[in-house]
Write a protein that binds this ligand. Structure first.
Ligand code: ATP
Ligand code: MG
Length: 486
């Protein structure tokens, strides 16, 4: 172990926000050791802006709670941590960890519980990459380096502590972290890692909880170098583990969206990681829509069911939270609305909560060469910067064009209406009310099973598929006022 002067590593307290110093000082005052560790130290040394600062201490989570009282919450089961609120910021305070006990690892070597407190030396050993193991005590102005990590930082090398195979088996998420850090920091991955980073090893990711994988996928999407990460996900076979239903080719739409995400991050704009999920799953969604349409399901119903199916299937890999699912489905639904808006709805559409995301999505599609947008991306783009008079003119021109193309379509295919067969589905409204909750629950579960069965068997909708039990509600859609998509 070497103790380095912080100033020699280019570190000074002036670079640190007050909230992290506050946490370090409070722990020190209470008689505990406290360091800043991980990405905060690494990024400062590289002259980058750290995403966050993590603290580590010899105080147990319960003792951290005693120090910070109501400002502290203990979280996590597999990996217990204290979350300390300092002002408006949140600092993760971890306790030094000893190696996990044998009985809490799975047969594949995965660590199931990691709450065995230890010394700083033991804590160092169980961290992942050498560059993440620098312990910085800002008040003492020192950095503890247990493995010449400083050299790896300066030579831009991503090196795992210990045997790479074992470290990936212990926690397969480290494979994703390796790609993320390599892309974000533009570091070379150590040859010892590359040697064992086989497609077979990536199948271990199937044992990781889909909740954790969703979190990690978000970190990948927001690392600021998504465009660099995506080909790596493909190259290392991780794409297949994360997005089973998405063909592993980076379409120009996906590439453009990734570049756009990176640009937004670089200029400090917020991004919603669910947006990128909407992009990734878009083609799969369209295929699923086609599947229902080809079986005579009405378009709105087909889109709704396709959205549910695609997200449900993706949830077997990365569980997308409900609010993000709703966002994704609304962005997709917006595509239909923005493509063919009723003239009287244009104004309301442009004020809709999901307009911005839906429009960005449409424009990205258009700019990446998707002819299906029929130039409406550019139309909405122009519409937003028009004066009220110009908008009125644009809408009436749009209206005339719309009428013309409708006339043309009906001349070309005069019998379309008569020949277009649609499956009659029972009306939802006439469904008998079930009195007991138990019956309702059983029915709901049966529907769920039928949906999952049909998702797993894309060749056929079984007779008991809920979509076939519904009947189209006959509504005059021109009378429906525009509201939030559900
Ligand atoms: P960033 O916050 O910029 O994404 P980071 O290195 O700080 O990068 P965190 O997820 O915040 O990453 O974790 C903080 C530190 O905890 C890491 O630097 C590393 O030392 C340790 N760590 C995190 N996840 C793991 C893991 N899966 N295995 C081993 N150590 C880990
Ligand atoms: Mg961090």
């Amino acid at each position: 172990m070497q103790t380095l002067r912080a100033s020699k590593c280019g570190l000074s307290t002036a670079q640190l926000p007050a909230y992290i110093l506050d946490v370090i000082d409070a722990l020190t005052k209470a008689g505990y050791e406290a360091y800043i560790v991980g990405g905060g130290v690494r990024d400062l040394m590289l002259g980058q802006n750290p995403k966050d600062f993590d603290a580590v201490t010899n105080a147990t989570p319960a003792q951290v709670k005693e120090v910070f009282g109501r400002r502290c919450r203990i979280i996590g089961r597999r990996f217990e941590l204290a979350h300390v609120y300092s002002g408006r910021e949140l600092v993760e305070v971890a306790t030094f960890r000893a190696p996990p006990k044998k009985e809490v690892t799975s047969s594949a070597g995965m660590i199931l519980r990691d709450n065995n407190w230890g010394t700083i030396e033991q804590d160092f050993v169980r961290r992942d990459f050498s560059i993440n193991t620098l312990y910085y005590q800002p008040r003492k102005g020192i950095v503890l380096d247990f493995c010449n990590a400083v050299d790896d930082v300066y030579s831009k090398t991503l090196r795992l502590l210990g045997d790479p195979q074992t470290r990936f088996e212990e926690d397969p998420v480290r494979m994703l972290r390796a790609l993320r850090f390599s892309a974000k920091l533009n570091f070379n991955i150590d040859q010892r890692i590359l040697d064992i980073f086989t497609p077979e090893l990536t199948t271990l990711l199937r044992d990781v909880s889909p909740h954790r994988l969703y979190d990690e996928s978000q970190k990948l999407f927001t690392c600021g170098h998504l465009n660099r990460v995506l080909p790596m996900l493909n190259e290392f076979n991780i794409w297949k583990q994360l997005f089973a239903e998405v063909p592993p080719n980076i379409t120009s739409f996906i590439e453009r969206a990734a570049r756009n995400t990176d640009q937004r991050i670089s200029i400090g704009k917020t991004i919603n990681p669910a947006f990128f999920y909407a992009v990734l799953l878009w083609e799969t969604f369209l295929e699923r829509c086609e599947y229902y349409l080809s079986r005579g399901i009405v378009p709105a119903e087909a889109r709704a069911q396709a959205g549910l199916d695609v997200l449900k299937k993706q949830g077997t890999r990365t569980i997308i939270p409900r609010f993000a699912e709703t966002f994704i489905r609304e962005v997709w639904e917006m595509q239909t609305r923005l493509l063919n808006p009723k003239p009287q709805q244009i104004q309301a559409l442009s004020a809709h909560a999901r307009f911005r995301a839906g429009f960005d999505f449409l424009l990205l599609r258009e700019k990446s060469g998707d002819a299906g947008t029929q130039g409406m991306g550019a139309w909405w783009d122009a519409y937003q910067v028009m004066s009220n008079d110009e908008r009125e003119r644009a809408i009436s021109q749009y209206n005339r064009q719309r009428a013309r193309s409708r006339r043309k379509a009906s001349q070309d295919e005069p019998n379309l209406k008569q020949t277009h067969q649609q499956v009659e589905i029972e009306p939802l409204v006439n469904e008998p009310e079930h009195k007991s909750r138990r019956v309702r629950k059983a029915k709901y579960e049966a529907e769920e099973r039928a949906v999952i069965a049909s998702v797993n068997n894309p060749d056929g909708i079984g007779a008991d598929h809920p979509i076939l039990k519904r009947k189209r509600v006959k509504r005059d859609l021109s009378q429906v006022t525009f509201g939030p998509t559900q």
